[in-house]
Design a protein around this ligand. Structure first.
Ligand code: AMP
Length: 331
């Protein structure tokens, strides 16, 4: 099953207590795609300026990412500058320049429109909306956003969220969006939007909690994982998008287990046969893959670590994460 992603394709300038980079490959769609490409075919949609380098395109191409819907437009590539505090938990945005995203009208190729899975990575919610409308039959659609859009384009963002199956946000942003003081009530509030919306809207909420991990809330269940414990964290930029790439990529690769149910009639661990939605088991395994991918991302600046990552390293860390989240009987 293939995945189409729209979101920022960027140059980032980042300063952390451990060093700085003046101009490195970044952007929500790029971090997402580099992670999701470990699991499935990924098609990136979005504009870059005439300043965007061949080397940066090559980084995506080398991972088998379909870049044919990356449009080169006269002007400057999206630019973001951020600086982190001493413990890397606080981040200040110092500059955001939309560049070629201003006035961008997404025109997806037939190939990008034929994907079964869509990820609306962080960008103006109107653009997310426009892309969503071009894949009306997608089987699984997820969306990420950020505080900026909650502040300046809330109505448009709420409209975009009502058109997706899964919302992936930082937990502080979930509270900000809903005005609810805690994570579970904020997630429940968003799940309830579905009722007033003719049964359309998110049924899966993922709350990213930085170094504390991530939580998954559906109508039926709650699940949480800690972050993989690392002694050295260099740059958290893109961790959330890399997490989303692991999560959505793993779901896309396994949703079709729906079509080959086990002989016993049990759920096959992929899609739920009644609804076509990802089963709880698949969502939980996707959380583990997402957690592992994000943990690699923060070990070096920008996309550097994920660009050199291997499948063997992913599998080894999944085993470690599994081991550290087990405990014996509760009786
Ligand atoms: P994360 O650390 O997961 O929140 O993602 C950081 C990435 O998001 C960086 O690579 C930035 O280029 C990108 N980014 C920052 N601000 C915005 C914005 N306003 N819209 C879209 N992408 C952004």
């Amino acid at each position: 099953m293939s995945i189409t992603v729209v979101g920022s394709i960027a140059y980032d300038a980042v300063k952390t207590p451990f060093g700085e980079r003046e101009r490195m490959l970044g952007g929500a769609a790029v971090h997402f795609a580099l992670a999701a490409a470990f699991f499935d075919e990924v098609r990136v949609v979005g504009p870059v300026g005439d300043d965007f380098g061949e080397e940066e395109l090559g980084a995506m191409r080398d991972r088998g990412i379909d870049i044919s819907d990356i449009e080169r437009v006269a002007g400057k590539t999206f630019f973001w500058r951020g600086e982190y505090g001493w413990d890397l938990n606080s981040r200040e945005t110092l500059d955001t320049q939309l560049g070629v995203f201003e006035g961008f009208q997404p025109k997806l190729s037939d190939t990008s429109r034929s994907s079964d899975v869509l990820f609306l990575a962080n960008i103006q919610p109107d653009l997310q909306h426009e892309v969503r409308a071009q894949l009306p039959d997608a089987r699984f659609v997820a969306l990420d956003s950020m505080n900026l859009w909650i502040e300046i384009a809330r109505d448009s963002l709420v409209g975009a969220i009502e058109g997706v199956d899964c919302l992936i946000l930082n937990d502080a942003e979930l509270r900000q969006l809903t005005g609810k003081p805690n994570l579970v009530s904020a997630a429940r509030e968003i799940l309830s939007w579905r009722d007033g919306n003719g049964g359309r809207g998110p049924s899966v909420i993922v709350a990213k909690q930085g170094e504390y991990g991530a939580a998954l809330v559906t109508r039926e269940s709650f699940f949480a994982l800690p972050a993989y414990p690392l002694e050295t964290v260099i740059d958290p930029t893109g961790a959330g998008d890399t997490f989303a790439g692991g999560f959505v990529g793993f779901i896309a690769a396994n949703l079709d287990a729906l079509d080959s149910p086990s002989a016993s009639g049990e759920r096959a661990g992929g899609g739920d046969r009644a609804t076509g939605a990802p089963s709880d088991d698949l969502l939980r395994r996707a959380m583990a893959h997402a957690t592992v991918l994000a943990s690699f991302n923060v070990e070096q600046f920008g996309t550097e670590r994920v660009q050199s990552l291997t499948r063997e390293e992913i599998v080894a860390r999944l085993h470690e994460l599994h081991a550290i989240t087990q405990f014996s009987g509760v009786a």
